[in-house]
Design a protein around this ligand. Structure first.
Ligand SMILES: Cc1cc2nc3c(=O)[nH]c(=O)nc-3n(C[C@H](O)[C@H](O)[C@H](O)COP(=O)(O)O)c2cc1C
Length: 395
């Protein structure tokens, strides 16, 4: 017998597992529960989706070596990050406009992150506010900043993040311009958004999504609402975001944020060793090696490809984390094997709630944890950071 089912698992969890036994199952189930325009916004990359495919194919190349004839030790998944203990070695990446995919998705993620003691990163353009995220996730709440061009608004956002008790500021640098996403343009998800007969027809086919959206109301950029009071319609709101959140984050702006922010400063979107060194010079505390899930630069290398050189160059001087392309606990292990000190994942958490509602957020965490734990037992590795010793170089 090479596998068995654990009968001690609670019935609700068993039933979720039977319906969705892995992340691709969540994706397949989500596919028929949300309108096509929402699915394409979530699943897609940019241009021809080459970077999305490259993330997958590069991860698939990473093989791990088992050490069967060494002592087998129980995996320890607890970890310390920036001096704070977490129960698991992965977290929820910042995701904007989540209410479009599943109403209240980010609130569900924030609660699950708190319950499982993992980091939850709230996007500047999330559809729940800083204050809601802090109430739900408490000290598991991190904030991702797209710095508004208006300095007074930027300062006010940072003041609110501080007042909410948040210690971790994640500044995203890989969105100097909006990604080219032809599917979103065709679906009317461009700025300003267009409600077409086609999108209405797609919504009618997903009754639960439709009813929940009617109850919750159209998704709004909740943290930005205080600065949008005088704006009249959806088009004005879209234009506000287009004009105020388009400041490219260069070294000078990052330096200014470093001087301003007393807590941990993390740069997200590093995809080359030169940028990693620049971030180090500015004095940031950590970086997230990422290609934004393949959504910004279609000619980007996969983050799993750039990670080893970056980890070797700066990994002993700042905390090197990574994301992009994780679809299983095995992928999380691959990132650790290539030098990550922590891993984030985005889409799986949205597939989770789109597939199963609120329990889907916890189920996503459970699936990733179980797969990672199983992999570590399989290769005889006790801690994620020791997975580097199990990396097999490509031949
Ligand atoms: C629907 C969606 C929205 C996103 N919104 C943001 C955002 O607002 N800010 C940000 O820094 N990254 C954003 N990202 C990128 C994620 O934080 C993360 O880098 C990416 O999803 C990782 O790849 P994965 O989805 O394959 O795990 C978004 C990604 C997706 C899929």
């Amino acid at each position: 017998m090479d596998s068995f089912t654990d009968n001690r698992t609670p019935p609700m969890v068993q039933s979720l597992k039977r319906k969705s036994a892995c992340i691709p199952d969540l994706r397949r189930r989500a596919q028929w529960r949300i309108p096509r325009f929402a699915l394409e916004y979530l699943r897609g990359g940019c241009n021809q989706d080459l970077a999305v495919r490259r993330n997958r194919s590069a991860l698939d190349q990473v093989c791990l070596r088992p050490d069967y004839l060494t002592p087998s030790l129980k995996p320890v998944l607890t970890t310390e990050l920036f001096g704070q203990p977490y129960d698991l070695p992965f977290g929820i990446a910042p995701l904007g406009l989540t209410g479009l995919i599943w109403p209240q998705a980010s609130l569900m993620h924030a609660r699950a992150a708190k319950a499982s003691n993992i980091p939850f990163v709230l996007s500047t353009v999330s559809t729940i506010s800083i204050e809601q995220a802090a109430a739900a996730a408490a000290d598991n709440f991190w904030f991702q900043l797209y710095p508004p061009t208006d300095r007074a608004i930027c300062e006010d956002l940072l003041n609110r993040v501080e007042a909410a008790g948040c210690q971790h500021l994640v500044v995203t640098v890989d969105v100097p311009t909006a990604g080219q996403r032809p599917k979103d343009t065709r679906n009317g998800l461009a700025v300003p958004p267009k409600i077409t007969l086609r999108s209405i027809a797609q919504s009618v086919l997903c009754p639960e999504w439709g009813i929940r959206t009617l109850k919750t109301g159209l998704p709004q950029f909740a943290s930005l609402q205080p600065y949008m009071q005088n704006l009249k319609n959806l088009e004005d709101h879209a234009n506000f975001v287009r004009h105020h959140l388009r400041e490219p984050v260069d070294a000078a702006l990052l330096q200014r944020l470093r001087e301003r922010w007393q807590g941990k400063l993390i740069v997200k979107g590093i995809n080359h060793v030169d940028d990693a060194r620049r971030a180090l010079e500015i004095g940031v505390d950590g970086i997230i090696v990422s290609n934004h899930g393949g959504r910004q630069l279609d000619a980007a290398r996969a983050s799993i490809e750039t990670l080893p050189a970056i980890a070797a160059a700066v990994g002993d001087k700042l905390t090197v984390m990574a994301d992009s392309g994780v679809e299983s606990g095995v992928d999380i292990a691959r990132f650790y094997a290539c030098g990550a000190q922590f891993v984030f994942t985005g889409r799986p958490f949205l597939y989770g709630v789109a597939a199963h509602g609120e329990p889907g957020a916890q189920h996503t965490i459970d699936l990733l944890r179980e797969e990672l734990e199983q992999l570590m037992l399989q290769v005889h590795c006790q801690r994620p950071t020791a997975l580097v010793q199990h990396l097999l170089k490509a031949v």
